[in-house]
Design a protein around this ligand. Structure first.
Ligand code: NAP
Length: 434
């Protein structure tokens, strides 16, 4: 028996998927049983890097999700609509879904998984977070015995490429972004990557699998990397850190009792000690560090995007669905389904306790350091390190501080007071430290 897939989209990922399915030799033994039934695209006349019979390719995507011969719909078209409606229609028609679309899952996962559960079909999404890295299956299956306490990741290749270049070459953000765009590592509109939206989508998916509850995207605190300068990278280096855009998800420490089960989920540029396992992940590579009981620490790293790497994850999902259909055709394999029904309680960012880095520009006058120390001390913010550079330009001095672990709330109060000091010019950068 063969299983037919209907592929929605034949772009970067879709072509990678088609190439693997057309060349099964030496890969998984189930691959020869999987056939490309239909392929949907927007433009039928486009030149493509893969040969698909004209009878198989169509611009009528509804026809694919309604096709009775299609068993699995592979959604690799991207965007919210019509992808979401096509996925729901396919589920309604009893088809299994494999998707690489983090945007649709992070926003509409609730509706999609509820519909899939009612219909008894699979929705597989290994490629939706960290491309080729098999982290979703690890969270669903291989780490199933663990109580996960923390998941930290470099989940966006574009920003990691930019920050790596800035770290190694001392380049500025704007110049590095322009170069990344020229090389095809960043989109013409880089907002989703550099402002952290793409990372937040992925963290919503990963945190939900790690902690067993659905996560609302709007509950995730998010900051991008636009404010990072070569000066910040230089100071970070001097202090023994690198700067990475991190997604951080962990169980929040309860203020009052031990029964508070809220989570902390945030995406922001972070100073990372140079010896941390994620500090040496450079370029477009992604990595995820998971801490669990009893396993301790595991780190996954690899290509987070690209045609072949992403298709590797998509095709693995197709193989898993086919294997499940063959071995238990009338049941859903619980290890592959989504059982989450409730939303996680996410702690507000004001409740976070962390270290901070701040770069301050002050008027070069005596007593500045004393004023700063008094303002921080008044709000219970203790300092770990302080760097002072005498006149930087226009009679201004630059001071960099790294705090000890303090409450976000106290730190922000101290910063508000410091902004009012007569000796203060401005505070160009505030970052968190892992
Ligand atoms: N690229 C990566 O490395 C990567 C990594 C991880 C996840 N993903 C995810 O994978 C998905 C696909 O990404 P991609 O890079 O492969 O995108 P892409 O290269 O832009 O390809 C999109 C494909 O979908 C088709 N399409 C889009 N909208 C359509 C519509 N309304 N009707 C008919 N066809 C439509 C396009 O048709 P035409 O070719 O005719 O225009 C194209 O073939 C996205 O959700 C993305 O986030 C991508």
């Amino acid at each position: 028996m063969t299983y037919k897939v209907g592929i929605l989209g034949l772009g970067t990922v879709g072509m990678g998927v088609a190439k693997i399915l057309q060349d099964p030799l030496g890969r998984h033994p189930l691959l020869p049983e999987i056939e490309i039934g239909r392929v949907g695209v927007r433009s039928l006349n486009k030149q493509r890097d893969v040969a698909i019979a004209p009878t198989v390719i169509t611009d009528d995507l509804e026809a694919i999700v309604n096709d009775e011969t299609v068993d699995i719909v592979v959604e690799v078209m991207g965007g919210i609509e019509p992808a979401k409606s096509l996925i729901l229609k396919a589920i309604g028609n009893g088809k299994h879904i494999v998707t690489a679309n983090k945007a649709v899952i992070a926003r509409h996962g609730n509706e999609i998984f509820t519909a899939a559960k009612q219909k008894g079909v699979y929705v597989m999404l290994e490629a939706a977070a960290c491309g080729g890295i098999p982290v979703i299956q690890a969270l669903k299956q291989s780490l199933g015995a663990n109580r996960i306490s923390e998941l930290t990741g470099i989940v966006n290749g574009t920003t990691n490429y930019i920050l790596s270049r800035m770290y190694f070459e001392g380049a500025d953000f704007d110049a590095t972004l322009a170069e990344a765009q020229q090389l095809g590592y960043a989109e013409a509109d880089p907002t989703a990557d550099v402002d952290g939206y793409d990372a937040a989508d992925k963290m919503a998916i990963l945190a939900s699998l790690a902690f067993g509850d659905r996560v609302k995207l709007e509950d995730i605190y998010r900051e991008g990397i636009r404010s990072i300068t070569s000066a910040d990278i230089g100071y970070a280096k001097e202090l023994g850190f690198t700067i990475k855009l991190l997604g951080i998800a962990k169980r929040a420490k309860s203020k009052s009792n031990n029964n508070d089960s809220s989570l902390e989920i945030r995406v922001h540029p972070t100073l990372l000690p140079i010896q941390h396992p994620l500090a040496n992940i450079h370029g477009v590579t992604n990595a995820v560090r998971i801490e669990g009981d009893p396993i301790g620490e595991v780190v996954f790293s690899g290509p987070g995007a690209g045609s072949g790497a992403t298709a590797s994850a998509v095709v693995a999902d197709i193989i898993n669905v086919v294997a499940a259909l063959k071995s238990m055709p009338n049941q859903v394999n619980q290890l592959m389904g989504c059982s989450h029904e409730h939303y996680a309680k996410i702690a507000p960012i004001a409740d976070t306790v962390t270290q901070f880095y701040a770069r301050l520009l002050t008027h070069d006058k005596p007593g500045v350091i004393g004023d700063l120390g008094t303002a921080f001390g008044k709000h219970s913010v203790s300092l770990n390190a302080i760097l002072q550079k005498t006149t930087v330009h226009d009679g201004l001095a630059e001071i960099v501080v790294v705090t000890q672990r303090v409450s976000e709330c106290n730190f922000q109060k101290a910063i508000a007071a410091i902004r009012e000091l007569p000796t203060m010019h401005s505070i160009p950068t505030i970052l968190r430290v892992l």
